[in-house]
Design a protein around this ligand. Structure first.
Ligand SMILES: Cc1cc2nc3c(=O)[nH]c(=O)nc-3n(C[C@H](O)[C@H](O)[C@H](O)COP(=O)(O)O)c2cc1C
Length: 204
């Protein structure tokens, strides 16, 4: 199928699973990524995002690695830096309605960080497969905040250095469901402006 006609770096972004375990990100590059998140929009400009910055080999990284799910334990530790996103809710006993928008805002800030990485010639792969409670305790994240996801950033590495399973993941076809199942004129009714033959797949 034809690649969709969206702007760079959205178009070329994807989530590799083979990182170069020798590459290091400079503090200046890491800061640039954090600035991309910093300038994301947020409800009431509350900026509820926090990031634990965990360069490979750092104290935070050492706490993360044993908390990774089995599927993530091979590829995540090879990335140059992992950013762990946290939503700061600011008060105890918050209602669900108080959680949704700040969590949305953190996701958006993380998207900006991810796209900044792609624009800088780096790659980012977000992940949620880790022991959230265990890692939050290890990192002393307070009750007013919630640990959400990781963003592994680095350069692509040599597939010969990783397990066959991780190497194969980088060759999976990327698929998306048709836009008609996403864009509605009314709930469940496809927005009629869509091209019915529109692409659902992006080649990597
Ligand atoms: C919040 C979040 C959690 C994710 N968790 C994992 C994960 O635990 N392990 C993993 O390998 N990929 C994880 N992913 C990556 C997705 O699987 C990936 O983005 C999706 O398959 C689409 O592929 P693409 O990013 O290459 O377009 C996660 C992505 C997001 C945004």
């Amino acid at each position: 199928m034809n690649p969709v006609d969206i702007a760079e770096p959205l178009r070329s972004r994807w989530s590799p699973s083979v990182f170069d375990a020798r590459h290091e990100l400079s503090d200046a590059e890491t800061t640039r990524l954090l600035e991309a998140a910093q300038w994301a929009p947020s409800s009431g400009n509350r900026q509820p995002w926090r990031y634990i910055v965990a360069p490979r080999g750092s104290a935070a990284h050492r706490l993360l690695v044993p908390r990774l799910s089995r599927g993530n334990s091979g590829w995540v530790p090879r990335a140059s830096v992992v950013f762990l996103s946290v939503v700061e809710l600011g008060q105890d006993g918050v209602e669900l309605s108080d959680v949704l928008i700040p969590t949305h805002d953190v996701g958006q800030a993380s998207a900006h960080l991810t796209l900044q990485a792609q624009a800088m010639g780096l790659f980012a792969h977000q992940f949620g497969g880790f022991d959230h409670d265990g890692l939050a305790a290890d990192l002393r994240i307070p009750d007013t905040a919630r640990l959400l996801a990781g963003i592994a950033v680095g350069l692509r590495g040599d597939p010969a250095e990783v397990s066959e399973r991780d190497a194969e993941r980088d060759h999976r076809e990327r698929r998306r469901r048709p836009l008609a199942e996403t864009a509605y004129a009314a709930w469940g009714v496809a927005w009629p402006g869509l091209d019915p033959s529109g692409p659902a797949t992006l080649a990597t």
